[in-house]
Design a protein around this ligand. Structure first.
Ligand SMILES: Nc1ncnc2c1ncn2[C@@H]1O[C@H](COP(=O)(O)OP(=O)(O)O)[C@@H](O)[C@H]1O
Ligand SMILES: [Mg+2]
Length: 358
């Protein structure tokens, strides 16, 4: 069986659908979906699709709601290891599998999402691994090249095995970019104006994977996003982080006169741990914008990423994948365009009287 052959049965599981055969035949005939093909699987022939065909199936038979205008999403909180990149990757891949033109913008020097997208994959026996990797990294055009005027945005877009999923990879120069943006006028708007707005003309969904650091790339991503996705780790030491994060986010929104929807997503909870369940419950009751679903701690989720798949593709029938499906439905139905804040918020406790000069 070839690695990217998806059987009819597996596609049904991924999209949680019975893929009604009569409707499928109708759509196949009209050219709206790719035709079913026969693949050899062991000694048997099975019917299915190549990976590249799946978005045309997902568009017709998937479970995600669509949205009207292009949407930019930032994934951010000031903590590492809380599933920001995992969430970015799962949202992006499932969006693409549902036929949405999707682009991931990597904003973390650690390069995790770039790596998961397979950018630094190499062929050969591994003996020249370091050299090959460094060559690839040096050759990669990224956001810094656009900033320096050495590349156009479209020249930084890399393709994937899904024809409608692209990404702008993270390069080591993101460190210089974060510093350089800080020196220019309209320093919070560079990403919006030069990258995200142009991307929104070509893509339905732009998703930015942020680093946990509050740097200029992060503030640019916040300005550029329509909706923010923010993981809430279900661990006791995350309470402090959450409070501090909310405070800084609130101040930033006020200072920048910004208003966008923030969706908080509980992550890494464990149904076996009483404390973890209590924390998840507390978030649900006390955090406005907290989703009812979340991402549980699970090995299949880690495995999926190692195989460069979304959790739902890797283990569609697992509990973790069932929860991911309802979480994504919940999250996608809440995406909304950035609100415009016409008047700055006023502090009603402050005197609004004009000072008297004697
Ligand atoms: N459901 C899960 N439960 C536990 N660990 C996970 C899960 N999904 C992914 N992981 C692993 O957790 C680690 C941190 O996740 P990551 O998404 O990179 O966090 P962040 O981007 O917030 O730093 C990664 O090694 C990832 O493979
Ligand atoms: Mg990350």
């Amino acid at each position: 069986m070839t690695a990217d052959f998806i059987s009819y049965k597996k596609a049904c599981q991924i999209f949680d659908s019975n893929l009604d055969k009569s409707k499928l035949l109708e759509l196949e005939a009209s050219g709206a979906t790719a035709p079913l093909k026969k693949f050899k699987s062991g000694a048997l022939f099975k019917k299915g699709w190549e990976m590249k065909d799946l978005p045309s199936i997902g568009r017709e038979f998937g479970f995600l709601p669509s949205f009207e205008s292009p949407m930019s999403i930032a994934v951010f909180t000031t903590k590492g290891g809380v599933l920001k990149t995992t969430l970015t990757y799962n949202v992006a891949r499932m969006a693409a599998l549902h036929g949405l033109r999707t682009v991931v913008v990597g904003l973390d020097m650690q390069g995790d999402v770039t790596n998961t997208l397979g950018h630094e994959d190499h062929e050969g026996d591994g003996s020249e691994l370091t050299e090959e990797l460094m060559r690839k990294i040096n050759e990669t055009q990224g956001l810094y090249d656009v900033f320096m005027g050495n590349a156009l945005v479209e020249e930084t877009l890399y393709s994937t095995e899904l024809p409608n999923l692209f990404y702008i990879p993270e390069t080591p120069e993101l460190a210089s970019l974060a510093e350089s943006i800080g020196q220019i006028n309209r320093r919070e708007y560079w990403l919006t104006e030069k990258i995200i707005n142009p991307l929104k003309e070509k893509f339905d969904l732009v998703i930015m994977d942020c680093s946990p650091n509050w740097n200029k790339l992060t503030t640019n991503a916040l300005v550029a996003c329509d909706t923010l996705l923010s993981p809430l780790e279900c661990k006791i030491n995350n309470f402090r982080n959450f409070k501090v994060f909310k405070h800084f986010l609130g101040e930033f929104l006020d200072d920048m006169r910004l208003d966008f929807k923030t969706i908080f997503i509980p992550t890494k909870f464990s149904n076996q741990k009483k404390l973890s369940k209590e924390i998840a419950q507390w978030y649900l009751e006390n955090v406005p914008g907290c989703t009812t679903g979340g991402i549980r701690e699970s090995v299949v989720s880690e495995e999926a990423q190692a195989m460069r798949l979304s959790l739902i593709e890797h283990a569609p029938k697992s509990n973790a994948a069932i929860e991911m499906r309802s979480l994504l439905m919940e999250v996608f139905s809440q995406f909304e365009p950035k609100k415009s804040r016409v008047t700055p918020r006023m502090d009603m406790n402050k005197s609004t009287e004009f000072p008297k000069f004697n």
